[in-house]
Ligand binder design. Structure first.
Ligand code: SF4
Ligand code: SF4
Length: 318
């Protein structure tokens, strides 16, 4: 796959932005939500029940109820989970890197913290080099802590509010909020969820992507099970070129991984391609091909097993 540094990341920004908008707007547009008042899902404006009401009321037989459960409950879930796992098995955590609304926040806050402190996370030991892969210099400025804190607050509240609209009628939630009159339970939910997200987005956003998110972990397990799956590959025959580089690929990774390492150390790789774009940016002025590219099939096998050169020191991820 071509790894033009700008095109790849622009495409990803477009898919992430579109999915984030869908995530926020799905409940108010009645695309998908669970209405706790009604006790069932709303899907594309239609009621989506498990179809067991008739059985409870004595109208349907047991067989009819079981068919309804399979068709309306098990089958859609199995199709969604199967599609996600198959995609991950072949191409890795594409959902995380290209769509997930949580990962979008992770990357946004990483970028702001980088501007404020030179570190993409408060757990990073040392500031990253000021020289970026695209040749620009990024000098940390403490004033960026203000937009960083505001962004954490904004995204935390937005996430809390959005989750609430997945559970209660969005028109009611938004109207109550606009009039400054949320119900007691709505207020408690918004306060508690916003507080949890502030802590998570500030301190543990990578940790959540690695171990806290079931969607992410199951994708990683499916990906790991396939040694021929698409993976970031490193051209070891040109490893010497890395000596003239400040580890731009490592510095660019939002998950704080070592993209030149073995696949087993890349369990939480989101296939965001930031490392590929960074290497392409470094090599572009020299008119050389990047050393990092996505590989799959037989070519991916050598990155699932040693030996692969790791020319630079490792940093502990956040
Ligand atoms: S290793 Fe590369 S593709 Fe994977 S998460 Fe890090 S930057 Fe993204
Ligand atoms: S793989 Fe590319 S970006 Fe990474 S250290 Fe080597 S030259 Fe730099």
């Amino acid at each position: 796959m071509k790894t033009d540094p700008h095109t790849l990341q622009r495409r990803r920004l477009a898919t992430r932005t579109a999915f984030f908008a869908l995530f926020v707007l799905a409940p108010p547009l009645d695309i998908l939500r669970l209405d706790l008042n009604l006790g069932h899902f709303i899907l594309f404006g239609h009621d989506w029940t498990l179809g067991i009401d008739g059985f409870i009321a004595g109208r349907d037989s047991t067989a009819g109820m079981l068919v309804n459960l399979v068709v309306r409950g098990f089958l859609p879930l199995a199709l969604i989970a199967g599609g996600l796992l198959y995609t991950a098995w072949r191409w890795g955590r594409l959902y995380c890197g290209w769509l997930c609304p949580h990962f979008s926040v992770v990357e946004t806050i990483n970028g702001l913290m980088l501007r404020a402190s030179g570190k993409p996370s408060i757990w990073e030991r040392k500031p990253l080099p000021e020289l970026r892969a695209d040749g620009r210099r990024l000098r940390p400025n403490r004033r960026w802590w203000i937009p960083t804190a505001l962004a954490i607050l904004f995204f935390s509240f937005l996430w809390a509010l959005t989750l609430l609209t997945y559970l209660l009628p969005p028109a009611e939630v938004y109207a109550n909020l606009l009039h400054g009159e949320p119900t007691r339970n709505q207020f408690l939910f918004l306060t508690a969820a916003t507080s949890v997200f502030v802590i998570e987005f500030t301190l543990a956003r990578h940790l959540f992507c690695r171990f806290g998110c079931a969607v992410g972990v199951f994708q990683s397990l499916a990906w790991m099970a396939n040694p021929r799956a698409m993976v970031v590959g490193f051209d070891t025959t040109r490893a010497r070129a890395c000596q003239a580089c400040n580890n731009a690929c490592d510095n660019a990774c939002p998950m704080r991984l070592k993209p030149r390492g073995l696949k087993r150390g890349m369990f939480s790789c989101t296939q965001c391609g930031q490392c590929l774009s960074a290497c392409a940016g470094v090599q572009r002025p020299h008119r050389r091909a990047p050393l990092l590219t996505w590989v799959d099939g037989e070519r991916a096998l050598s990155f699932s097993e040693p030996p692969v050169a790791r020319p630079t020191s490792a940093r502990r991820p956040a």
